[in-house]
Design a protein around this ligand. Structure first.
Ligand SMILES: Cc1cc2nc3c(=O)[nH]c(=O)nc-3n(C[C@H](O)[C@H](O)[C@H](O)COP(=O)(O)O)c2cc1C
Length: 200
């Protein structure tokens, strides 16, 4: 029997094109798109190419569940609610996610308001059929390197109604494309893609 079509949204959160985060996400996509995984529809979103203004904290969304700022974020809200699997990638910037990712997450306050203030769950699919993964790269090796970013991303996934399923956290990678010198890490990324595809 044919497996149901699954929508995968891959969010590229680094401002650096072809950098380490891009490379890892591409490996994951390669794993997802293996020959037999024809039921996976992958959509890539490059935050660096989008116009996403910071949240103004006007609180209009508290009452309406809608953001009043007209920019590319409106389209993203719909994509978050439609996706089965969401993979978010970001390098560590000052122990957090990049400004690109943080602006996107803050603008999910409208979805948070829908869920927690207005008690609406428009478009949300059953949780067991959804999942979110966080892919993150940092230059240093400290034990707490990913703590801030992971917590932020967990709350992003919660707001979009997506259970946090796992993470690929890579320390000690700094220069553009340096992760290509680490076949073990690339192989972990590829396997993660295969695993995600096998979940459907
Ligand atoms: C503005 C900025 C802040 C950074 N802050 C940190 C940091 O706090 N900790 C760290 O380990 N690496 C930090 N880095 C290094 C990046 O995380 C690292 O170079 C990463 O590999 C970049 O991934 P990319 O190629 O996908 O952009 C920072 C880099 C920049 C440009």
């Amino acid at each position: 029997m044919a497996r149901p079509m699954r929508k995968v949204l891959v969010i590229y959160g680094s401002p650096r094109e072809d950098g380490n985060t891009d490379i890892l996400l591409e490996e994951i996509v390669r794993g997802i798109k293996k020959e037999k995984n024809k039921n996976m529809e992958v959509e890539k979103v490059y935050l660096r190419k989008l116009c996403i203004y910071p949240c103004r904290e006007c609180r209009a969304c508290d009452k309406t569940g809608r953001c009043i700022i007209e920019d590319d974020m409106q389209k993203l809200h719909a994509k978050f609610l439609e996706a089965d699997w969401i993979i978010l990638g970001s390098p560590i910037f000052f122990y957090s996610v990049t400004a690109n990712v943080k602006a996107m997450i803050d603008r999910c306050q409208a979805l948070w308001a829908r869920k927690y203030l207005l008690r609406e769950h428009p478009g949300e699919k059953p949780k067991e059929k959804r999942g979110g993964w966080f892919v993150c790269v940092g230059a240093t090796r400290g034990k707490k390197l990913f703590e801030g970013a992971s917590l932020t991303v967990k709350y992003f996934f919660d707001t979009t109604g997506v259970p946090y399923r796992g993470e690929l956290l890579v320390r000690g990678i700094d220069k553009k494309g340096e992760v290509l010198n680490h076949p073990d890490v690339l192989s972990r990324a590829y396997s993660l893609g295969e695993n995600i595809a096998s979940l459907s």
